[in-house]
Design a protein around this ligand. Sequence first.
Ligand SMILES: C[S@@+](CC[C@H](N)C(=O)[O-])C[C@H]1O[C@@H](n2cnc3c(N)ncnc32)[C@H](O)[C@@H]1O
Length: 360
Amino acid sequence: MDSRCTGVFEDQYSRSVGTIVRAQSHYFYDTVRQIIGTSVIPRSETFTVGDYGCHDGSSSQDIVEYLLGVLRKHHGDKITVHIIYEDATSNDYNALVKNVNRNARESRNQKVFVSMCPTSFYRQCLPDATFNVILCFWSAHFMPRPVSYKDSLNKFPDGSRSECDAVAALASEAWQRFLLIRANEIKSGGHMLLIVPAEDTERKYGECSVHLQNLWVAITTVWRLLRDMQHVTQCEYEAANYPGYSRTEDELRAPFLDEASPVVKAGLRIKSLLIQHERIHIMQETGNTQDLDSSIPKFVSTIRSWTEYMFRQALSSRSSEYRRDLINSFYDLLVEYIKQQDMYTSEWDNIIAYIVIMKK
Ligand SMILES: C[S@@+](CC[C@H](N)C(=O)[O-])C[C@H]1O[C@@H](n2cnc3c(N)ncnc32)[C@H](O)[C@@H]1O
């Protein structure tokens, strides 16, 4: 199992990251009300929702429930709803089944059907004109193939100029490909709601001095330490690359700027794009050393829930015991490393883009 989110700490994901993303998804409630309030849905037609890069389905739970409620309000219990959960073939679908079954029980008065689509969102996953709404949270920043960094886990902190240029070019091609395929799958008048990590190179969106990059510095430093102590080989060190890329606002808007662009020709338009800083309140902010010491392990287990797969993949040729022990040591060392840092440099401050895209 090598999903982008799963690992020993898979339950931790829905309790920590899942909770954070569920709260972020509330940003789209107005959009959902507006989409459903203004859509003409013929009686016989099924309203189809996709959750792309759904992982265990926990993050989209609130917005799916909200959407069902608004549909019920406007169309009664008679409307048929089909929710399609998409993710990579390596995803842990057992966790998804558990969450989805719980959701289905809660909405038993409505005709709600659920299915799963294990594939890759860089291919067409469903027939043309399937979806009224696609949700895609914290997933579209993943690249279609890994990017190799010689001495870094990511473009931060130590990607070389040529490595950074290569990942930027790949990200540009991947974004256009992702959009063009979705343009086929979305019905005319349908929408896609995305949350993606973004980059604010000019710090236009706030004065905050802390950023997710600090976390990458910490993770890379500890991974390097394990290499220098010869617990991992150079090959394994290089194999642990993060396949995500945070785009700038210009990069996100690029495929929509030009009337001749294939994405615009395919009918997609940005309805809104909001970029903002969000401080993730995992650490307690009392400044009391004891409180801080106890909140850092919690912070690290949240980080673990979405980074562990990188190290599991890099260590795939090792015995499962060696891998487990080394990964446990890695995160223990990360706790110790973060404890030595200034509290303000170890917080997780995210720059997030909330995007609403419409198909004409
Ligand atoms: C960080 S998780 C986000 C999960 C969930 N949407 C959330 O907001 O919490 C990213 C998800 O994207 C999925 N993913 C990455 N690349 C993918 C691809 N090419 N096709 C489908 N899913 C992909 C991963 O397997 C993972 O479940």
